[in-house]
Design a binder for this molecule. Structure first.
Ligand code: FES
Length: 115
């Protein structure tokens, strides 16, 4: 695989709004997800907190992917945060994201260049 090449990972219909699925490209594990509004995102499958698999232990809540292990939340750019019961949002660790695009009903990810 050439560095920075686009890799076909799924059909666009495989990732519905507010869904997250696991995909692998070689040894790279990814969580591929859409926000409730339909924005597509691809990130490292492993939560930066304690390594839970974000496609297995994660759910989409609105425009964020939430790790259910300890409720860290990630936006489509990978920024991590946690919201207290009183609504205060604190910054947490970020998860690596990957460029993702839809082409002719397929989803492609650029795996060699985490952003
Ligand atoms: S392992 Fe994901 S929030 Fe703790």
């Amino acid at each position: 695989m050439a560095e920075g090449s686009w890799v076909d990972v799924a059909a666009a219909d495989d990732v519905a709004p507010a869904a997250v699925v696991a995909v692998e490209v070689g040894e790279v594990e990814l969580a591929l997800w859409r926000t409730a509004e339909g924005v597509l995102s691809a990130c490292d499958a492993r939560c930066p907190h304690q390594w839970s698999h974000l496609a297995a232990a994660g759910v989409v809540d609105g425009e964020e992917l939430v790790c259910l292990s300890h409720f860290w939340r990630f936006d489509t750019e990978g920024h991590g945060s946690k919201v207290s019961v009183l609504g205060r949002r604190d910054a947490k660790g970020d998860v690596a994201t990957f460029a993702v695009r839809e082409v002719a009903g397929r989803i492609e990810v650029q795996v060699a260049e985490p952003s």
